[in-house]
Structure formats: C-alpha cells, structure tokens
Design a protein around this ligand. Structure first.
Ligand SMILES: Cc1cc2nc3c(=O)[nH]c(=O)nc-3n(C[C@H](O)[C@H](O)[C@H](O)COP(=O)(O)OP(=O)(O)OC[C@H]3O[C@@H](n4cnc5c(N)ncnc54)[C@H](O)[C@@H]3O)c2cc1C
Length: 407
C-alpha cells in the first residue's frame, strides 16, 4: 500500500525555479516539500547568465555572495550582422542596478540555492518522481514514486533505476517547476502553444587564452539565416553556441568548433585549448495556455521557453517562482485569489508579447529585411524580460534603422 503524507506546498522539480520557489516559501514560514526525479543538481553551465533584476532578487534572498565571488561581470551585448558590428546594448545605461550581467554556471546557482534551503531546514527529495496529480480547487493529491538503483548485468555490470516505494502526498498547493516537458502541466491537461518549430544548437564550452576573449556577450547573425553566440566565462573559459539547420549528428570536438567559428565569426577566433563539454540542444518557443488548474500552479520552463541566447526563460522563471511564493502567502482569501490572478495575467501577457513579437511589429517598418527576418533572434539576444525587454527591443530596432549612428 502507498505511504501517505501531507504538506502545505509540494514543489515538483529542483531546477533553479523550484529551488528559488521553495526558498521563498520557507522564508514565509510555509511548510514546503521539494522533490526531483534526478539524482542531484545540474552538472553543467546550461543557462549561464543572471540579469540585473535576478541579481537583485538573489541579493534579497541572501544567495548572491558565492555567485558574485565566482562569476564574471559583463556589461555589454554586441550584435554583429554578416560579420559587421551593428549594435551595442549597454547594461550600465539601460539594465537598471547593478548595471551588469553575471555570467555564472547554472550548477553554481543551483548549489547556492540548495545550500540556502539546507540552512532553512529543507533538503531536496532527490530520486522522487511525480507520476500522477489530481488537482481540485481546495487540495491536490500527488502520487510520487521513490526511485533507487539496482545493479544489473553480469560481466559488464550496469545500474537501473527502479521504483522502491510509492507515496500519496496531499498538499494545499502543488507547484510544477518541472521544466520543459512538465509532468505537472500534462497531468493538469494544460496545452502548450508552439510559436515556432524547435531550433537546434551545438554548444561548446572550451578553455581559451584569456587575453583572446572579449569582455562582452557577442551575437552573430547572418542574413542567410545563421546565428551564433559567444559568451566569455570566468577562468579563461568561453561558451560558443551555433544554430544548426537540422539535428545532424556531429562529433563535437575542438576542430568542429574551429570550423564553426571560421564559418560564423572568423574575426573572433580565440586561442582554443581543452573542450570542457559540448552538447546538442534543442529549444522550442512555447507557452502554456494557462498557469494553473485547481490547486496547482506552474512556473519557469514548465510555462515557457524561448531561444537560448540571453537566458530569458531561466531569468523570468526565477522571478516567477518568487512572485508565486509571495502570492501564496495570503491564506485562502480574496487577496490571495487576486494576487494569483495577477501572477497568471502578467506572466502570460509578458510571454505572449515576447513570443508573438506583436508589440514590436509596428516598429519594424523600414528595418533592413535581413534584420526583420531575424527579429525573434534579435529579441532573444537582449538580456531582459517582461516590459523592460520590449522597451530595450524598441530602442534596438530604432538604432538599427540608423546604421550610420551605430554602434
Ligand atoms: C545543455 C543545456 C544547455 C542550456 N543552455 C541554455 C542557454 O544557453 N540559455 C538558456 O536560456 N537556457 C539554457 N538551457 C535551459 C535552462 O537550463 C533552463 O531554462 C532552466 O534550467 C529552466 O529552469 P527550471 O527550473 O524551470 O527547469 P529545469 O531546470 O528543467 O528543472 C526541472 C526539474 O524538474 C525535474 N522533473 C521533471 N519532471 C519531474 C517529475 N515528473 N517529477 C519530479 N521531478 C521532475 C527535473 O529532473 C529537473 O531537475 C540549457 C539547458 C541544457 C540542458
């Protein structure tokens, strides 16, 4: 028979968004349980840049210090079209305090949040997978599988994950922070709208001669349809990402990276050393049609995803987790319902604007067609979210219409 338990809030997914949500709930003295089907935090840098509002939020939560110690501050995004520098976005002038982006590996952020939660008495329930969810208005019931490893094979041994126990968890609220393929979203029956076919990227993180790296984020757009991004990282490392027309299987080696830099940004070839890691990743621009059903809510990549350039989905998700936790702090009254309605309306509206690009289309009249065709990439390259993103994008479009005055 399944074990039974209760909690005030069950957070499903211990990625950055689930972690920050659980932390804020604890700061509000709300009883929270956080589960994740994985073994441990992310192993790599993944979403590697924290925007100014995110840095302010992390400072408020007291988790910014280790990140600031290890991270790299950069204050400019430089945009290149067909090899020519066409625009500079200066965060010191437009991004609000602290006026820079922090390049910090996602696993560093997650570890800082895990540690902050531990000091609040919350440990992540790793190896616990949400299977089923029933979510009427007053209370949700979740079926959770506890996973363990068993040795398999003979001669060549291997490990397989098997269910060791099943548990039924009752919670006043369930928060689905369980990423792009969200089980919570699926169990709630909330469809996600696709705005574009998935786009594939080859991503390389490589050691390089520090003196050959820029001190800004660089985005290279080709009028023929290509795009690439170069991020400097702390400790003489850089990240290159290249949009790939199709998911052809390639060996992701340093010589492959050299070839791609040569094709996309020949004037920006750093002196490359060892490859740290490389991956082929696909991103789909999508948005959940609703952020809640009954007693359950969604945040982060479970709600949305866009192109990866400026790490908008992760930064927006961190703000959402925090806002959702705050909205839940108002008992069951109409104030709480109003705050949750605001959360749903604002988050949905911001992402609908970002993905449809509708507020920007009037401003693109007169823009070089090569740039207009790449509008989604240009907007995704700006390190901002919400209304500030739309404002920054309008300023960028205006500047791009006057090439003589740029960069
Ligand atoms: C290789 C790679 C490179 C990336 N690069 C970039 C980039 O350059 N720019 C960018 O913007 N983003 C990038 N991302 C995406 C970025 O990592 C995500 O936007 C970010 O992690 C979203 O955070 P989240 O907390 O919403 O979801 P996630 O980090 O996806 O966390 C969801 C968690 O939920 C858990 N989970 C899922 N289902 C269940 C279940 N049924 N039960 C229990 N737990 C469950 C998962 O194990 C996971 O830990 C990259 C991702 C990868 C993998």
């Amino acid at each position: 028979m399944a074990r039974k338990s209760e909690t005030e809030v069950l957070v499903v997914g211990a990625g950055p968004v689930g972690l920050i949500t659980a932390l804020q709930l604890r700061h509000q003295d709300i009883d929270v349980r956080l589960i994740d089907r994985g073994y441990w935090t992310s192993k790599e840098s993944y979403g590697l840049a924290l925007h100014p509002p995110t840095l302010r939020l992390l400072a408020e939560l007291g988790v910014d210090k280790p990140l600031l110690e290890d991270g790299l501050k950069i204050s400019q995004l430089i945009l290149h079209l067909d090899g020519k520098r066409v625009y500079t976005h200066d965060l010191a002038a437009s991004g609000g305090e602290p006026g820079y982006l922090l390049v910090a590996a996602q696993q560093r952020l997650e570890l800082a949040l895990v540690e902050a939660l531990r000091t609040e008495g919350v440990t992540v329930g790793w190896n616990q997978e949400l299977l089923e969810l029933d979510s009427p208005e007053e209370e949700a019931e979740a079926v959770v599988s506890h996973l363990g490893d068993v040795a398999t094979g003979y001669g060549v041994s291997d490990l397989a994950r098997v269910e060791q126990e099943r548990e039924t968890v009752r919670a006043r609220t369930v928060i689905g922070a369980d990423g792009y393929g969200s089980t919570v979203r699926q169990r709630l029956g909330i469809p996600a709208r696709r705005y574009h076919a998935p786009v594939n990227y080859e991503v390389f993180e490589v050691e390089a001669e520090a003196s050959s790296l820029p001190d800004s984020m660089n985005v290279f757009v080709g009028s023929g349809g290509s795009s690439a991004v170069l991020w400097p990282m702390p400790g003489g490392v850089c990240r290159w990402s290249f949009e790939m027309p199709a998911a052809e299987a390639q060996d992701l080696t340093v010589s492959r990276l050299r070839q791609l830099i040569q094709e996309h940004a020949p004037n920006h070839m750093p002196e490359l050393h060892n490859l740290r890691w490389a991956a082929s990743v696909s991103f789909a621009q999508h948005l959940a049609e609703s952020l809640h059903r009954g007693a359950s809510w969604l945040a982060g990549d479970a709600v949305h995803q866009t192109l990866p350039y400026a790490v908008q989905s992760l930064n927006a998700g961190l703000q959402e987790g925090y806002r959702l936790a705050k909205a839940l702090d108002w008992g069951t009254g109409s104030r709480r319902a109003g705050l949750l309605d605001d959360y749903e309306r604002e988050v949905h509206g911001e992402w609908e604007a970002l993905l449809s690009l509708s507020p920007l289309l009037p401003a693109t009249a007169g823009l070089d067609p090569a740039l207009r065709n790449r509008l989604a990439d240009l907007v995704a390259a700006l390190p901002a979210t919400g209304e500030p993103l739309i404002e920054s994008a309008r300023a960028m479009i205006t500047a791009l219409k006057q090439p003589a005055a740029n960069p």
